[in-house]
Design a protein around this ligand. Structure first.
Ligand code: BGC
Length: 763
């Protein structure tokens, strides 16, 4: 029997519109390249208003340009954005038994279950159905987005007639006439015109349908190929009409005899392949070259490895374990596996935020991969490397004479922020990207990769600090930027930005001196025209970086003017006014001491040596009172810093409030897609929070604490090719080297050599 935590399921599938739409996201299938929302293959009840459901499928990195209307066309504002597209629908399958059509909304659903199996990597729907005229069937539908063959999505359909013999018609469609979902009332969703693809070709070849479409402006092509296979005698008919291919099978059913039907769908795109039509054909041949069972086994093997690398287990709370598994499963479903894709806030489960990539990737998702699967972390950096030229162009648009400024939100590399005060002004994105490269380096010591790609990003983005900042009364100041808290915009000396820029500049200097004598470094120095004087400039700016500190409160103010602003008691704000961004003018928010999410507290997590314990504690207490947590990226960071400060109960409370965000649909918007950064944050809260993991130049640090409600927990971390299991119990922490050579580790600040295993008393 499968362990309870291996799956998330809904017995008696809820059939109201709200839950069905939510299930589209919760049960979606994705593998980092394709993502397919979970829709009933047979469709929904007639009369459910059109547009309510979003039966979408996405390709990571595939986009179209769309107009960004600016009310005032000021210089340099974004006029064209990119949006992630809904590509051809390969889901529909209708079943007719002697003229009666299977539907969850007609006849009687005698029993049903929808299960996301996170070990097998599939979703399974089981239905016991009685038709209006009394025919009974057991239906089981298994869907998989293959981790082994990324372009492949399969629907494995089994029907067991229980009391029926007669004619069966299976109608499977492949539809290229698709639209993007729009919601004009929500700023986090796409709100204009919805059709972005035009047909290039629709054909049937060797029993498979091919639909190729092109975007109007970006000129990108996508091809999907569908092949339907029925394992019994049948008559087959193809109808192809107006970008819609329908394959019909006529067969006979007998009680107790299972009918099995498999729908293979593959996707390919012209970003990755010169000829996506031919590529789709090759992918289909590959998928069909082995039995589906073999692909299931490969899927399970991929995930066995994945789970083994994370090794997260909470002792004594199965339900929480399931939520954590769910979070980690979403991370591997969402993350791009090549340099053309990245991670959108909703992954590939919905088009909230139009599929743009933000700092979420580097600060919430990458910390997980860096610690468990650095090869994926490297791919995320390669994506940033691929778009470095566009970051250089972006810097120039914003008037910088040198360096690169990564866009706040993007798909292909150009800025997509419509509202620059809480968008393009978030220059910390440069520091976040550098931070993630440094973390990757600290975890792997992969200096070759730094030389090949990482250093160029670090230098070019470091340059930007020199251009945006300036010396004032001997201190290096950075003015008119926005920190992570989007309720406080365009400020001088945002603590998060400045302290991160300091770290970034220091590391640019370190990389320079480490790489200086290595082969090929000259080429990079020449390519970007980097000089020793510039490096000295980096050092000087870092050394003299201005970091706001308030003597009276003994905290780091969020920025120069933050403490001058009016207070606003969160307790006095009506519950219905949250999130505030949907109810208050931005200026109203900016003029108050109110935070959407951690800013200084976030800085105290990522650079926790920069300030004294006292400052970190005082700051935590100060910002805690004024943070609304209107962003799903918020609570996990408060949990981590509370744990670091020894406030374990508080850390646990924050963790508890956010760990099931998607499964409980706490923000009422999971139907737009799951919250990937929150999922990454759940991981961080356990491993970086309770486990106290930190990657530093001097080594890898742990400082485990144990929430009272748990009897123990464990996790695994990979660094420098060694994998370490950490098991935390009431009295002790066990560290076991599972793979690789002996490593130096720090536990509660004390150094140990981990050769085999170590047992350390818990503080
Ligand atoms: C948050 C940002 C985040 C974005 C995408 C916003 O609500 O304030 O920090 O990057 O969502 O997840």
């Amino acid at each position: 029997m499968q362990r309870r935590t291996a799956f998330y399921e809904q017995k008696n599938i809820r059939l109201d519109k709200y839950n069905l739409k939510l299930n589209e996201a919760l049960f979606h299938n994705a593998n980092g390249y394709i993502g397919i929302r979970y829709d009933f293959e047979e469709g929904y009840e007639k009369g459910y208003e059109k547009g309510h459901f979003i039966p979408s499928q996405y390709i990571n990195g595939f986009f179209e340009y769309a107009k960004m209307n600016q009310a005032e066309r000021l210089y340099g504002l974004v006029e064209e954005k990119q949006i992630m597209l809904n590509v051809a629908d390969t889901q529909p399958i209708r079943l007719f038994f002697d003229g009666e059509e299977f539907s969850m909304f007609s006849g009687a659903v005698l029993a049903s279950r929808l299960r996301l199996d996170m070990e097998k990597g599939v979703t399974v729907r089981n239905v016991l159905w009685r038709s209006p005229r009394g025919k009974e069937f057991y239906i089981s539908i298994t869907r998989m987005a293959s981790f082994y063959q990324l372009p492949l999505f399969t629907i494995d359909y089994e029907v067991l007639p229980l009391n029926f013999s007669g004619d069966v018609l299976i109608e499977s469609s492949h539809n290229g006439n698709v639209f993007n979902y729009v919601d004009p009332s929500d700023p986090r969703m796409c709100n204009e015109a919805a059709q972005y693809l035009t047909s290039v070709g629709c054909e049937i070849k060797a029993g498979a349908s091919y639909i190729t479409s092109r975007t109007f402006k970006s000129g990108l092509e996508v091809c999907s190929c569908v092949k339907n296979v029925l394992f019994q005698d049948c008559q087959k008919q193809f109808i192809i009409d107006n970008n819609d291919a329908v394959c019909r099978f006529m067969t006979t059913a007998r009680p107790g005899e299972r009918i099995r039907f498999i729908k293979y769908a593959v996707f390919s795109d012209s970003i990755r392949h010169e000829n996506c039509r031919d590529r789709a054909e090759a992918e289909m041949a590959l998928a069909r070259s082995v039995p589906l069972q073999e692909l299931y086994e490969k899927q399970e093997a991929y995930l066995a490895d994945y789970w083994n690398n994370c090794g997260i287990e909470i002792e004594g709370d199965d339900e929480l374990n399931t939520s954590i598994r769910f979070s980690l499963y979403q991370l591997i479903q969402a993350v791009g596996k090549d340099q053309h894709g990245n991670v959108a806030p909703k992954g590939l489960s919905g088009d909230g935020y139009e599929g743009h990539f933000f700092w979420d990737s580097e600060m919430y998702i990458q910390p997980f991969f860096t610690a468990t699967n650095p090869a994926i972390s490297r791919k995320l950096i390669e994506y940033r490397y691929r778009t470095l030229d566009m970051a250089r162009e972006n810097a120039a648009i914003l008037g910088h004479k040198a360096g690169a400024l990564y866009p706040w939100r993007t798909i292909m590399g150009r800025e997509c922020s419509g509202y620059f005060p809480s968008g393009s002004a978030q220059y910390h994105i440069n520091g976040d990207i550098a931070y993630s490269i440094i973390a990757y380096y600290l975890a792997t010591k992969d200096i070759e990769f730094i030389q090949e790609k990482g250093a160029e990003i670090v230098f070019e983005t470091a340059r930007l600090w020199m251009d945006v900042g300036n010396f004032h009364e001997g201190k290096f100041c950075i003015n008119d930027v926005t920190g992570p808290d989007e309720y406080t915009c365009i400020v001088n000396n945002n603590y998060y930005t400045n302290v991160l820029a300091q770290y970034h500049l220091n590391w640019a200097v370190k990389f320079y001196s480490r790489l200086k004598t290595s082969d090929g470094f000259d080429r990079l120095v020449q390519k970007i025209g980097l000089s020793e004087e510039e490096i000295e400039g980096f050092s000087k700016a870092a050394e003299n970086m201005y970091l706001p500190y308030d003597e009276r409160l003994k905290i780091n103010p969020q920025d120069d003017s933050f403490l001058q602003k009016k207070s606003w008691d969160i307790g006095e704000i009506p519950k219905s006014d949250f999130p505030l961004l949907l109810h208050y003018h931005p200026l109203h928010l900016y003029r108050h001491q109110i935070c959407k999410q951690p800013d200084t507290v976030m800085a105290h997590f990522i650079l926790d040596d920069a300030q004294s314990e006292e400052t970190v504690l005082n700051s935590f207490n100060y910002y805690e009172k004024i943070t609304t947590h209107d962003s799903s990226l918020s609570m996990c960071i408060f949990s981590i810093v509370a744990a670091r400060l020894g406030m374990v109960d508080k850390a646990f409370e924050y963790f508890e409030s956010t760990a099931r965000l998607d499964l409980l649909d706490k923000n009422n918007n999971t139907d737009d897609g799951i919250h990937v950064a929150n999922n990454g944050g759940n991981y961080m809260a356990i491993v970086y929070g309770f486990g106290g993991l930190r990657l530093k130049e001097s080594g890898i640090y742990f400082a485990p604490v144990l929430p009272e409600r748990w009897s123990g927990y464990s996790f695994k971390v990979t660094f420098e090719n060694s994998r370490v299991l950490v098991r935390v119990r009431e009295d002790e922490c066990l560290f076991r080297l599972e793979i690789g050579r002996a490593q130096k580790i720090f536990v509660y600040g004390k150094e140990y050599l981990l050769e085999d295993s170590l047992c350390i008393s818990r503080r």
